[in-house]
Design a protein around this ligand. Structure first.
Ligand SMILES: NC(=O)c1ccc[n+]([C@@H]2O[C@H](COP(=O)([O-])OP(=O)(O)OC[C@H]3O[C@@H](n4cnc5c(N)ncnc54)[C@H](OP(=O)(O)O)[C@@H]3O)[C@@H](O)[C@H]2O)c1
Length: 322
């Protein structure tokens, strides 16, 4: 089978299309023929091995695991003896390391049946970004109906899901994006859109119950200025850096939070099949729809990664299997 692999850290040029053996599922696993997979900033961090502390887990000098990609959709080809709830031919989606491959072996807990009203390409882009958006709004942000929520980075992978989920949870949504994306963000359900090239949201008069920040381009004190007295600031993404910069802001938010009324902190998305099931239901009901920026072939994975690294992606970048 064909798969994208990398054997050293670096830029997109370290990604190679390789031919390997088709994996065989164990008794508690399924074999899935992948139809689509998606890229996330997470994959870029693993590819580059930065921030460097990530290498403590991923491999100090070179990656321990040579596969890349997590999010996928596909069709079950065979099931192990102990697997229940799935059968060959089921259309599924979920997350599994090494998803940029024609086949994956995965335990049943990592995947769900694909809603039939969304394409394989759409389903392939759901797992990380949508789960992050849901957990940031519902768990870390505790968004309640009628509350004002601002989403900074509303046109990105996480942001496009966050706008829709916030709307579903009953929030009054303000999305922050550049001018070319304001219509997209509005169409996803934002009642207000701020074009960051024209206006700095931390300088406006509006105050928010919740800020979901996947960009981190304003100081914590500037964000606090536009938070209500009991508001919450949830950091999803932060400044890029090779060393400590990304974690520095998370630590600062934690410490800052101790001295002010508002809650400020970073959230880390976690694997949760119930959340994936809820997202599948919302997609089935048409309340949440994945947004795809561009689709690439498996052999174009390096080019797709270059696109992701521009930081200008609208929704998700999807890799389609040939
Ligand atoms: N904490 C977690 O568990 C977790 C999970 C997933 C992702 N993340 C992090 O969250 C961040 C976002 O992820 P993502 O997948 O959404 O990334 P992404 O899709 O690559 O984000 C790209 C989007 O950001 C927008 N953007 C860039 N600069 C902006 C600015 N100054 N103001 C507002 N929008 C701006 C771009 O729009 P324009 O082109 O219009 O500027 C583009 O649409 C990343 O740092 C990622 O590592 C964290």
């Amino acid at each position: 089978m064909k798969a994208i692999t990398y054997r050293e850290y670096g830029g997109p040029e370290v990604l190679h299309l390789e031919e390997g053996a088709k994996p065989a599922p164990k008794d508690d696993q399924l074999l899935v023929r992948v139809r689509a997979a998606a890229l996330n900033p997470y994959d870029m961090h693993l590819m580059r091995g930065t921030p460097y502390f990530l290498r403590l887990i991923a491999g100090l000098r070179k990656p321990k695991f040579t596969g890349i990609g997590v999010d996928f959709s596909g069709v079950v080809e065979s099931v192990g003896n102990n697997v229940t709830g799935f059968k060959p031919g089921d259309a599924v989606f979920g997350g599994c390391h090494g998803a940029l491959a024609e086949y994956l072996v995965i335990a049943g807990q990592g995947l769900l049946k694909k809603p039939d009203n969304i394409s394989f390409e759409q389903a392939g882009g759901v797992n990380i970004a949508a789960k992050t958006a849901l957990q940031a709004l519902r768990d870390a942000g505790r968004l309640r109906p009628g509350q004002k929520v601002l989403i900074n980075g509303a046109s990105g992978g996480v942001g496009t899901f966050a706008v829709q989920i916030a709307r579903h949870l009953g929030g009054e949504v303000t999305g922050v994006s550049s001018g070319r994306n304001t219509e997209l963000v509005r169409s996803l359900g934002a009642g207000h859109v701020i074009d960051y090239t024209q206006q700095d949201y931390t300088q406006g008069g509006a105050q928010y119950d919740l800020i979901i920040d996947s960009i981190g381009n304003h100081s914590l004190s500037a964000n606090r200025r536009v938070l209500k007295p009991n508001g919450r600031y949830v950091m999803v993404g932060g400044p890029k850096g090779k060393w400590i910069k990304p974690m520095g802001r998370a630590t600062a938010a934690m410490i800052y939070s101790k001295f002010v009324h508002q809650e400020m902190g970073m959230m880390m998305a976690r694997a949760c099949q119930d959340d994936l099931a809820l997202l599948a239901e919302l997609m089935q009901q048409g309340k949440v729809m994945p947004v795809i920026d561009k689709t690439y072939k498996l052999s174009e994975a390096a080019e797709a990664m270059r696109h992701l690294e521009t930081g200008r992606v609208q929704g998700k970048i999807v890799i389609q299997m040939d």
